[in-house]
Design a protein around this ligand. Structure first.
Ligand code: 13P
Length: 225
């Protein structure tokens, strides 16, 4: 099972240092399928047992792209794992940029966590599958280092995860399109994780709020068994 923490715009360099110290000390021998996506200013160069990924990057090595983060910056931290398509970034990024990021990451051989997910209206209109299929269009779903995170927007940050039967239906559907590992994200916490991980084709979770405090993330991982 994969446990991934998206820390979003939380944690500083100082606080993330304590975060990874606690993770390393507590889970160091526990599981090697743990991924953490800190803010880029908090990237660590320390040896860790888990994989550090970036929440964002620009598809370039370096260059005249003001404010962006290129491959050279990630290389300094040994980062070869990227999050693409999170709904909180899709507000600023269109499909063209998302595809460019995907193709660039694939060319580098990076591990890609691709986030997809519909909003409540799309769900209510019964258009979820068409919508998700479109989000996956033109992307290489057979890329061997691809992981797909299904994150319905209506469940993110609300404290209420999607219904397990809805998640199950969507993961079954996604499994017909790709053999990539499938994660669920959206208000995963220590109380619902066990049931979520039992859903057919669920290969793990992408966690936001419940991973912000390292002790909560640790409890969630330990309590998943
Ligand atoms: P929450 O766990 O806070 O709902 O966030 C999920 C998420 O967006 C992970 O990428």
């Amino acid at each position: 099972m994969i446990f991934a923490a998206n820390l979003k715009c939380n944690h500083t360099r100082a606080s993330f240092e304590l975060y990874l110290k606690a993770l390393n000390e507590t889970l160091g021998t526990h599981n090697n399928n743990i991924f953490v996506f800190p803010p880029s200013v908090a990237f660590s160069q320390k040896e860790s047992f888990f994989t550090q990924g970036t929440q964002n990057f620009y598809p370039c090595i370096n260059g005249a792209f003001t404010g962006e983060l290129g491959k050279e910056h990630l290389d300094e931290f040994g980062i070869k794992c990227v999050l693409i398509g999170h709904s909180e970034r899709r507000i600023y990024e269109n499909e063209v940029l998302i595809k460019a990021k995907f193709d660039f990451a694939k060319k580098q051989g990076w591990q890609i966590f691709l986030c997809i997910g519909e909003d409540l209206r799309t769900k209510q209109e019964g258009k979820t599958k068409d919508f998700l299929k479109k989000q996956l269009e033109n992307l290489d779903l057979a890329y061997e280092k691809l992981i797909i995170a299904y994150e319905p927007i209506y469940s993110i940050g609300t404290g209420v995860s999607a219904k397990n039967e809805d998640i199950g239906e969507i993961l079954d559907f996604l499994h017909t399109l790709t053999k990539a590992p499938l994660l669920y994200g959206g208000s995963v916490n220590e109380n619902n994780i066990k049931e979520i991980l039992k859903i057919n084709h669920c290969g793990g979770v992408l966690v936001g709020s419940a991973a912000l405090k390292v002790e909560n993330f640790i409890t969630l991982i330990k309590g998943s068994k």
